[in-house]
Design a protein around this ligand. Structure first.
Ligand code: PAF
Length: 289
């Protein structure tokens, strides 16, 4: 596995590689990332001269809370091992000067509508998707992949990046990869390590709420159910909603037609001081629709 530490390392590797599946990350890799990397590596094996590239860069511009950036886990030795084990061919670990060169302004692309919807991430993390789009576009321009893989746990992020790539006409397939879960359903996340043992038990309420909501076919009832389960677990709810899966626009309760369009239930909630997000297809009878 090549370890590419600068753009000067990346460029010749990229020029020599016929086809690239790319997994951008901020490190602190866990089994969820391993699944992304394994699937990228499998896709690369299907193309002559194909390779799986993973990037690790903790992007300061997407953190609206400096304390959150400061405590973001840095685990580079484990990350390298995880990439190796999962079949990555190269890992790109740039410094800030490679991504945001001094004196150069790295553009923030126009934000797709799905990034700035009321009630979802933008209301709670203003500026977050501007930072995500800025760094992802920069990485895509440097790595020039054919496919880029993103975890479904960050469903809105996946939709934002997919819409950005489409609106800019970039020749890249944006591929969503299903969420990996712990045995009690908790979605794997770099933030789970910050939960105390008691909080860790309560954190399972997000998956439980989604599971219960998926059995209901009225969006209003599903939202109330999620709110009840999360409140009982002592979570502080930021949102617990059912939305149209692609646009993430609200569904008005009276107009819901089962089977009409894929929908998704989405949650952001704090357990203690740890902010967790999760989502699932809704209702269950349409999962995979
Ligand atoms: O999902 C993440 O880890 C980050 O938001 C990403 C896509 C790597 C951009 O920094």
């Amino acid at each position: 596995m090549y370890v590419l530490r600068t753009n000067a390392d990346l460029e010749p590797w990229r020029a020599d590689t016929a086809w690239v599946a790319f997994v951008p990350t901020m490190g602190a890799l866990h089994e969820g990332h391993e699944s992304l990397i394994r699937q990228a590596a499998a896709a690369a094996r299907g193309h002559p001269g194909g390779a799986c590239l993973v990037s690790i860069f903790v992007n300061p511009t997407q953190f609206n809370d400096p304390a959150d950036l400061a405590r973001y886990p840095r685990t580079i030795e484990n990350d390298l091992e995880c990439c190796r084990r999962s079949g990555a061919d190269a890992i790109y670990v740039p410094g800030p000067e490679d991504i945001y060169p001094p004196g150069e302004s790295i553009p923030i692309p126009p934000l797709p509508d799905v990034a700035i919807l009321p009630q979802l991430e933008d209301s709670h993390r203003p500026g977050h998707f501007a930072g995500v789009c800025q760094v992802v576009l920069r990485l895509l321009r440097l790595a020039r992949p054919h496919e880029a893989l993103f975890g479904e746990k960050d469903w809105q992020q996946f939709r934002v990046i997919d819409a950005m790539v489409e609106s800019l006409g970039l020749p890249i397939r944006v591929v969503p990869i299903p969420t990996m879960r712990e045995s009690d359903g908790l979605a794997m996340s770099s933030r789970n390590r910050f939960l105390s043992p008691a909080e860790r038990r309560r954190a399972a309420s997000l998956a439980l709420a989604l599971e219960g909501a998926a059995r209901l076919t009225d969006p209003g009832q599903a939202q109330r159910h999620m709110a009840d389960v999360l409140t009982q677990a002592g979570a502080t709810i930021e949102y617990a909603v059912v939305r149209e899966a692609r646009s993430l626009m609200p569904i008005s309760p009276g107009t819901f037609v089962p089977g009409a369009t894929p929908r998704r239930a989405l949650i952001a909630a704090r357990i203690g001081s740890v902010r967790l997000i999760d989502n699932a297809p809704w209702p269950a009878s349409l999962a995979g629709a």
